[in-house]
Structure formats: structure tokens, C-alpha cells
Design a protein around this ligand. Structure first.
Ligand SMILES: Nc1ncnc2c1ncn2[C@@H]1O[C@H](COP(=O)(O)OP(=O)(O)OP(=O)(O)O)[C@@H](O)[C@H]1O
Ligand SMILES: [Mg+2]
Length: 228
């Protein structure tokens, strides 16, 4: 579904990704882990055409999407829940959901059913929502683009425990329905319960990968790369 190969990218003179490679198979759920500043968000930006890679290749569903514009990446089947949510503050909940929608099984009614809170607040402006509601809206908006791979950068950061639990359970439901997921978060336990595979990056390249059992069995990975 998604393949990144030997990506080199950065900002101005500083190189952040130094040979970043990653793949997500159709229907697979993958976690991207690493300490602050290691290049998780930069990886997401390259995937979505928000930052141009100096080297390397991005393919989506077998098609070369290196350097493609964000709308083309969305059209190829990728949906983004960005770091910081970035919902439209002056649009209502429903307007946010419709703004970038594309035809497919995910409709307003289905997003309302997934997140009843959004249905209740459908006529409220984005800037009147709580952080948790904003994250639900960011997820709903990405689903309305009818992606085959949903990418979440900091899925639950800054949210209250109950809301976090709701987001994780929503993601596990999406996964059970066959949605491929690439998720960045700091909650190792929740990630381990959700995903098929975890990838740890350090200074812009993958340094470890495995399933949750392999991670649990190897505490040195957590000490060296995650400081937990
Ligand atoms: N717009 C930018 N301009 C210049 N440097 C940047 C920019 N965005 C990020 N960086 C730098 O690139 C490096 C990687 O940042 P990135 O946001 O990809 O890390 P991250 O793994 O997502 O971290 P976090 O866990 O804090 O979200 C950091 O050193 C950061 O300071
Ligand atoms: Mg980040």
C-alpha cells in the first residue's frame, strides 16, 4: 500500500531523514516510534507531498508518488490525521468533514455513527470543540476522503484518558474493517495492542522493527531508542 525507500529529506541545510525506509501492506497496521525530533513527522510530510525528498522513492499502491502534490497522494488512497489536528476553525463540524471529502463508503452519516459526539456538535464551529472532539473531527475528515491507508501523527497526544480510549477503540474497529493504518503515538501499550508491527526510528532512519511480542521481549530496544 505504501513504500518509502531510502528517503533523504530535511529543512534548509539540515538533513533529518537519512535513508528512511518503511512499508505498509494493504490492511496492515504499523506503528512508527522514536524519541522527539527523530523524524516521525518529517516522514509523514514526505509521504503526503508536504515536504520534498532530496533522494529516495515513495510509492503508493505500486505507483510512484515521489514528489507528488498532497491532493494526488490523497487521491491515490492515503488519508492524513496531522500532528496538531489542523481542522478549519471557522467551519462547522459538518463543513470540516465535507471540505475534502471524496466519494466512497465513508459518508457523513457513517462518521456521525462512528463519533456520536460529532453528530451532536455538527453545527458548532471547529474552534468551539474540545481537543478530543477536534481529534475525532480530524479522524472523521480523513475518513471522508475514503482512504485505504489512514496515517495518524500523534493519534492521542494531549487528550484525556477517556478520549484516548475512545480513539484507540475507533482505530481497532477501523483495522478490523480492513483499513491499513500507520500511526505515530507515544503510548506503547495501546500501540502494541493495535498494530501488527512496530518500527523504531533514530535520527531519521529505521533502527528496529518487530511485533509487540518482540518489543516486549527486548527491553534494550525501549531503553536505547525510546527511553521508557
Ligand atoms: N519546519 C522545520 N524547519 C526546520 N527544522 C524542522 C522543521 N520541522 C522539524 N524540524 C526539525 O527536524 C527534526 C525532526 O523533526 P520531526 O518533527 O520530524 O520529529 P518528530 O519525530 O515528529 O518529533 P516529535 O516526537 O517531537 O513530534 C527536529 O530536529 C526538528 O527540530
Ligand atoms: Mg512529530
Amino acid at each position: 500500500m505504501l513504500n518509502l525507500q531510502d528517503i533523504v529529506a530535511g529543512y534548509g541545510g539540515s538533513t533529518v531523514l537519512q535513508g528512511m525506509s518503511l512499508h505498509v501492506a494493504p490492511g496492515e497496521a504499523v506503528a512508527l516510534l522514536g524519541r522527539n525530533g527523530m523524524g516521525k513527522t518529517t516522514t509523514v510530510r514526505v509521504i503526503f507531498g508536504l515536504l520534498r525528498a532530496a533522494q529516495g522513492r515513495v510509492t503508493v499502491a505500486g505507483r510512484d508518488m515521489t514528489g507528488a502534490a498532497p491532493f494526488a497522494v490523497a487521491r491515490a488512497g492515503l488519508g492524513l490525521v496531522p500532528e496538531g489536528r489542523q481542522i478549519f476553525p471557522n467551519l462547522t463540524v459538518d463543513e470540516n468533514l465535507i471540505a475534502t471529502a471524496r466519494p466512497g463508503p465513508w459518508t457523513l452519516a457513517r462518521v456521525h455513527e462512528l463519533f456520536p459526539r460529532l453528530a451532536e456538535r455538527r453545527r458548532h464551529a471547529g474552534n468551539q470543540l474540545s481537543g478530543g472532539e477536534q481529534q475525532m473531527l480530524a479522524i472523521g475528515r480523513a475518513l471522508m476522503t475514503n482512504p485505504r491507508l489512514l496515517v495518524l501523527d500523534e493519534a492521542t497526544e494531549g487528550l484525556a484518558p477517556l478520549i484516548r480510549a475512545e480513539i484507540w477503540s475507533c482505530l481497532s474497529r477501523l483495522r478490523a474493517e480492513g483499513m491499513a493504518i500507520l500511526v505515530v503515538d507515544k503510548d506503547l501499550r495501546a500501540l502494541s495492542a493495535l498494530v501488527d508491527r512496530l518500527v523504531v526510528i533514530e535520527r531519521g532512519q529505521p533502527v528496529w522493527q518487530g511485533d509487540s511480542a518482540a518489543l516486549a521481549a527486548d527491553p534494550t530496544v525501549q531503553e536505547r531508542f525510546l527511553h521508557v
